[in-house]
Design a protein around this ligand. Structure first.
Ligand code: DGY
Length: 334
């Protein structure tokens, strides 16, 4: 092994960010940007002390057990359901993510997707592109108002709160939310948001936005039973994670007009998309791009690099990575 620690950059990342890693490490990159299979990931990690990963790389007990020299896995994402954090703890591996730097950008997108869904922007654009527009008419693609409507937010972390601010202060929406823990009274009043039970949230929301983390508990948090509680005029927007919504049940609800429309940025088993969703018109589909502005993706990559550098004991913050998920493993084993 060379004197400099080796790290794997599992997906294509900005050159200048990789150059920052090269100051300290021997860096193996993946210029083709093809996601590694499990076996390839295990093989590429051999001898590496750290890895820069994305949601596509699953770091679990098998990967960690096959790479006992690994010390830091740094995700370029705020969500980290691709990490088995308990296994990282067991193996003494530091896991890190990229919160905060993407909050406002992701909230912008969530709001945009909710508006596109409510105002039928994608559906009407497809109609126009198909050459079917031959006259203006009073109710053509008439959707639902966003201003003044009831915005329901499931999951009220940083991004949920940023969406609430846009709704309450920019669009005069009535904001209701449900979350594992209730916000303090000062934050609730600043956001003009009211805490409700999950059933009330589903029943009252005109536009429901999902912003909760994916876990065994949140798997299919919105399925047929929950969709049945929603207003037939309501919209559902998911910018959280695939698997939180039962995509098959949602496609059925959309086809049956059980709810008015949906906006989805994330899918069960993505990048595959349930074919039933592709054939219903009243859904806006985007390919997991909620945090995708150049500035934010650069900030995420740089924060992930900061975590990897500091986590492996280099740079001005050596040993103090800025955003650890499991700081209990610090200081790391030699
Ligand atoms: C995140 O940061 O979690 C985004 O969904 C990108 O994976």
């Amino acid at each position: 092994m060379s004197a400099r620690p080796g790290v794997l950059v599992a997906r294509a990342v900005f050159d200048d960010v990789v150059d920052r890693l090269r100051v300290h490490f021997d860096v193996e990159t993946n210029p083709s940007d093809t996601p590694f299979s499990k076996a390839e990931l295990i093989a590429r990690l051999q001898g590496k002390r750290g890895a820069l990963t994305t949601g596509s790389e699953r770091i679990d007990a098998e990967v960690l057990g096959a790479n006992p020299q690994l010390r830091v896995v740094s995700n370029i994402a705020v969500g980290y359901n691709n990490f088995d954090v308990a296994a990282c703890d067991t193996h003494g591996v530091l896991a890190t993510n990229t919160p905060d730097v993407l909050t406002e950008t992701t909230a912008d997108f969530g709001f945009a997707l909710m508006m596109a869904t409510a105002r039928r922007i994608a559906e009407s654009e497809h109609f126009l592109r198909r050459g079917e527009w031959n006259k203006w008419s009073l109710t053509m693609f008439a959707g639902a108002d966003v201003h003044g409507a009831t915005l329901g937010i499931l999951g009220m972390g940083r991004i949920g709160q940023a969406i609430a601010r846009r709704g309450a202060h920019g669009f005069g929406m009535k904001v209701i939310y449900h979350n594992r823990s209730r916000l303090d009274a000062t934050t609730e009043s600043a956001l003009n948001a009211r805490y409700v039970g999950k059933a009330e949230l589903l029943q009252q929301a005109d536009h429901l936005v999902l912003v909760l983390p994916y876990s065994a508990e949140s798997h299919h948090a919105v399925g047929a039973a929950e969709l049945a509680l929603m207003k037939p005029t309501a919209t559902l927007t998911n910018i959280a994670r695939g698997g939180i919504v039962d995509d098959a049940a949602l496609a059925q609800a959309l086809a049956a007009g059980r709810i008015a429309a949906a906006g989805l940025d994330v899918y069960e088993g993505e990048p595959a998309v349930n074919p039933a969703l592709l054939s219903v018109p009243n859904v806006v589909l985007t390919p997991h791009i909620a945090s995708a502005t150049i500035a934010t993706r650069r900030a995420m990559a740089n924060l992930a690099a900061d975590n990897l550098i500091a986590g492996l004991g280099f740079g001005p913050d050596a040993g103090r990575p800025p955003t650890p998920i499991n700081p209990g493993v610090l200081p790391l084993r030699p």
